[in-house]
Design a protein around this ligand. Structure first.
Ligand code: NAP
Ligand code: ZN
Length: 352
């Protein structure tokens, strides 16, 4: 079994450190690629620290699902990739492939529960109890779950598109963000800054909600028409009943009513943030008396992820990143917890 260097968490409380993992040999449908860059998602931190009780972490845990690199080997049946091509993988590496959701290209919602996430997921084809993610030198992925990326864009800025990018692109498309629509993005972190960029690019009147007054100027630079500091009740009240759509990326439990009150009749608050502790139950009258909805959305399917990557290549859209060395991962997690990320850490894997 080929072994590769990786960075792993060995418990919920110990710092991440060097580790060695096995990858499966390249099968007929597989693409193997050397990982050049891997983004650092807040989901990595939730998982490394075992914060999601519904999905307990199996240790050692190798996080990372914003993966870009260069192909080093392909199986006999692979048609879309050759050795030397750029390649990328996001949050999932397999699914049943035959259920209605998989047939619709929505593999993340596999009706049989068959989505195999890139890390900490049981993997029938794996060499370990769970999948190991992109904080590693290389990865082997079924061709269907390998994405094509442009060589015209800076690679470190492409990596976060594989999770942060698609997680905002998909709900903005699904709920019709575009010209004539007023769209809110809550939280200016990894996901939120991609939401601001996409909502602006789609032509929506884009409003950023942040808890950090220091991010107001950046919010505008990234494409927001307006920035509201959400702790300022008077500033929030000015936007009552005016939004067509609000996408909430916040990684901690908080009061949702303050955002529901800003929706127009029939409008939707979409939750993509996945905090450790549940949000307080929303006020039902806020929903009833304007037929408003609270919804959720998970990443995006493979066809839509490819569409998003092609859209980014055509429109010059990438993530704003801070490149870090593998040894800086624990400091990066601490800074992420303080909201001190501008706006995605990306690990330079060549240094591992
Ligand atoms: P992140 O970079 O840490 O950004 C989260 C942002 O939330 C912060 O930058 C901050 O923005 C805001 N925030 C933090 N603490 C807050 C508080 N106490 N009150 C209000 N706002 C606060 O995280 P991320 O990587 O973007 O991920 C965000 C969440 O989405 C995580 O829970 C992650 O697991 C989840 N996620 C979900 C999906 C999906 O498919 N649904 C995919 C990926 C990630 P401001 O400073 O601007 O307030
Ligand atoms: Zn993620």
């Amino acid at each position: 079994m080929p072994t590769v260097k990786a960075i792993a968490a060995h418990s919920a409380t110990s710092p991440l450190g060097p580790h060695t993992i096995a990858r499966r040999p390249v099968g007929p449908d597989d693409v193997e690629f050397e990982i050049l860059y891997c983004g650092v998602c807040h989901s990595d931190l939730h998982t490394a620290r075992n914060e999601w009780s519904a999905w307990p972490t199996v240790y050692p845990c190798v996080p990372g699902h914003e993966i870009v690199g260069r192909v080093t080997n392909v199986g006999a049946k692979v048609t879309r990739f050759r050795v030397g091509d750029l390649a990328a993988t996001g949050c999932m590496v397999d699914s049943c492939g035959t259920c209605p959701s998989c047939r619709d290209g929505l593999e993340q919602y596999c009706d049989t529960g068959g989505t195999v996430f890139t890390y900490n997921a049981p993997d029938p084809k794996g060499t370990a109890p769970v999948t190991y993610g992109g904080y590693a030198k290389s990865i082997v992925v079924k061709e269907h779950f390998v994405l094509r990326i442009s060589d015209k864009l800076p690679l470190p800025g492409v990596a976060p598109l594989l999770c942060a990018g698609i997680t905002l692109y998909s709900p903005l498309k699904h709920w019709g963000a575009g010209k004539g629509k007023k769209v809110g993005i809550v939280g200016l972190g990894g996901l939120g800054h991609m939401g601001v960029k996409f909502a602006h690019a789609f032509g929506a009147h884009t409003v950023l909600f942040t808890t950090s007054p220091g991010k107001v100027a950046d919010g505008k630079r990234l494409g927001a028409d307006e920035v509201v500091v959400s702790r300022d009740a008077a500033a929030m009240a000015k936007h009552a009943r005016s939004f067509d759509l609000i996408v909430n990326t916040v990684a901690v439990s908080h009061d949702l009513d303050q955002f529901v009150a800003l929706l127009k009749r029939d409008a939707t608050l979409v939750l993509v943030g996945a905090p450790e502790h549940a949000h307080p139950s929303p006020n039902v009258f806020n929903l009833i008396f304007a037929r408003r909805s609270i919804a959720g959305s998970g990443i995006g399917g493979i066809p839509e992820t490819q569409e998003m990557l092609d859209y980014c290549a055509a429109n010059g859209i990438t993530s704003d990143v801070e490149l870090i060395q593998p040894g800086q991962i624990n400091t990066a997690y601490e800074r992420m917890l303080k909201g001190d990320v501008k706006y995605r850490f990306v690990i330079d894997m060549k240094a591992l």
